[in-house]
Write a protein that binds this ligand. Structure first.
Ligand SMILES: Cc1cc2nc3c(=O)[nH]c(=O)nc-3n(C[C@H](O)[C@H](O)[C@H](O)COP(=O)(O)OP(=O)(O)OC[C@H]3O[C@@H](n4cnc5c(N)ncnc54)[C@H](O)[C@@H]3O)c2cc1C
Length: 415
């Protein structure tokens, strides 16, 4: 069976027992121990086409992986198509744009863009892959100023379920382009992405720690202050770390303006480390996004739950550019959300008091995919899926089933 794939495949094809099989099949989630029948490392778009065609004709399920940061569905019995070798980025400073292969990690893009005073809309972890992150929406430290990474996507080359390689943009395959900006890996294998970069060189960033006894009072003030904060300022709060809680700050601009904007919130931290720093050198703490929930405000019971639980929780500030309408936006946005709450202790602390929405990149449960979208967007995504992948070839993922097929996703509603 594997012989026929190797006949048309330039990259390595690994079987169980082969040297790198175990390292290549690994995902970041330590709970996953998938056993694909083959691991195929694509060397270019033709390999991707060969793998999609091979999976279709043999009926072997196809899974796609770049870095393994967003792999939540095991590829047992599947062909695991790895894109990690298709890495590399080209920056066009005049057009403020970059073009990256599907194996590229954000660290590479940040480094390549920095000499031009530009930055991508990357997230907290530079090791995350550009493709999976962008296709799943992409919420990052610059999103309050510039929106989701998906909305900075300009063009993508995609191998669709029938094995063809198409270029997708606002003008070409517009419905597919819409779906790619948030619908994840459901619509094809992206072989290259072109996206906008943004003028961010130096920022004012860091953390401050406050005594944990002041957490409840601080969070009540934070709830009221956050919607009034300037778009250039992005903050988050990490709790459940012992005697102090942490406030993280990133301001696109100078320290004096940041301090002015933060004044209503600030009161005698026990430790403070805020400074001007190159965006490429920013390292702010973050928790894994378990139990993720979006909130239009932080109700008192949620604040009490977070403070009383004393478990690890991260509150992130949304709003800003994320709350403003974007012409022809993709399906990933949540304009009413002002906060997200997540972390190992989040589910227990917040119960089901969020606004009912989630975000594909922060979702681990394949049965809750529809919660990442409005009902209207979810219907439209299923229609695009029917048009481009009617047999659901791309289903070993956070799956969106084609319109007309039974959809038994749990319909999450807040209590
Ligand atoms: C430590 C950590 C920090 C994170 N921080 C953030 C953050 O700040 N903001 C945020 O928005 N998200 C964040 N995430 C979530 C992350 O963006 C998603 O998990 C994303 O899917 C990772 O993409 P990947 O390519 O690195 O992962 P992979 O596991 O390789 O891929 C994940 C999925 O993406 C799809 N995919 C990947 N490559 C392709 C391709 N070429 N074509 C089609 N589909 C493809 C597939 O469906 C695949 O199953 C974080 C995750 C981790 C583990």
């Amino acid at each position: 069976m594997s012989k026929r794939l190797e006949a048309t495949f330039r990259g390595r094809v690994l079987r169980p027992g082969d040297g790198d099989y175990d390292t290549q099949r690994a995902a970041v989630n330590p709970g996953l121990d998938a056993r694909p029948v083959l691991v195929a490392e694509a060397a270019g778009p033709r390999d991707v086409q060969a793998a999609v065609t091979w999976a279709r004709t043999t009926g072997v399920p196809l899974a796609v992986q770049a870095t393994g940061h967003g792999t939540h569905v095991p590829s047992d019995g599947a062909l695991l198509l790895k894109t990690s070798r298709m890495a590399g980025v080209l920056v066009d400073p005049d057009r403020r744009a970059a073009r990256a292969g599907p194996g590229t990690r954000w660290a590479e893009v940040i480094t390549a863009a920095a000499p031009f005073g530009l930055a991508p809309l990357s997230g907290t972890a530079p090791g995350v892959g550009v493709a999976g992150y962008t296709l799943g929406g992409g919420f990052g430290q610059l999103s309050r100023a510039f929106g989701l990474a998906a909305e900075s996507l300009v063009r993508a080359d995609v191998v669709t379920a029938d094995g063809s390689l198409v270029t997708v943009s606002r003008e070409r395959h517009p419905e597919l382009f819409w779906a790619l900006r948030g619908g994840g890996g459901n619509f094809g294998v992206v072989t290259s992405l072109e996206f906008r970069l943004h003028p961010v060189a130096e920022v004012y960033a860091g953390v401050a720690r406050f005594p944990v006894e002041r957490a409840a009072e601080f969070l009540a003030r934070y709830r009221d202050w956050a919607p009034t904060a300037p778009d250039e300022l992005s903050t988050g709060v990490l709790l459940g770390q012992g005697r102090t809680f942490t406030v993280k700050v990133l301001h696109i601009g100078d320290g004096a303006a940041a301090r002015r904007a933060l004044r209503p919130l600030w009161s005698e931290p026990v430790h403070e480390e805020l400074r001007a720093v190159a965006y490429a050198d920013v390292k702010l703490p973050a928790l894994p996004p378990f139990g993720f929930g979006l909130f239009d405000t932080l109700p008192d019971p949620v604040i009490d739950g977070i403070v009383v639980a004393e478990t690890q929780v991260e509150i992130k500030q949304w709003g800003g550019a994320l709350a403003r309408p974007v012409a022809d936006a993709g399906p990933a946005g949540h304009p009413t959300a002002q906060f997200s709450v997540s972390g190992p202790g989040a589910a227990e602390a917040i119960g089901r008091r969020g606004n009912g929405g989630s975000f594909l990149n922060f979702l681990h449960d394949p049965a809750a995919v529809r919660t990442a979208f409005t009902p209207e967007s979810f219907r439209r995504l299923r229609a695009v899926k029917r048009a481009y992948d009617p047999d659901n070839v791309f289903h070993v993922n956070l799956n969106i089933r084609p319109e007309g097929e039974r959809d038994d996703d749990r319909d999450y509603r807040p209590a």
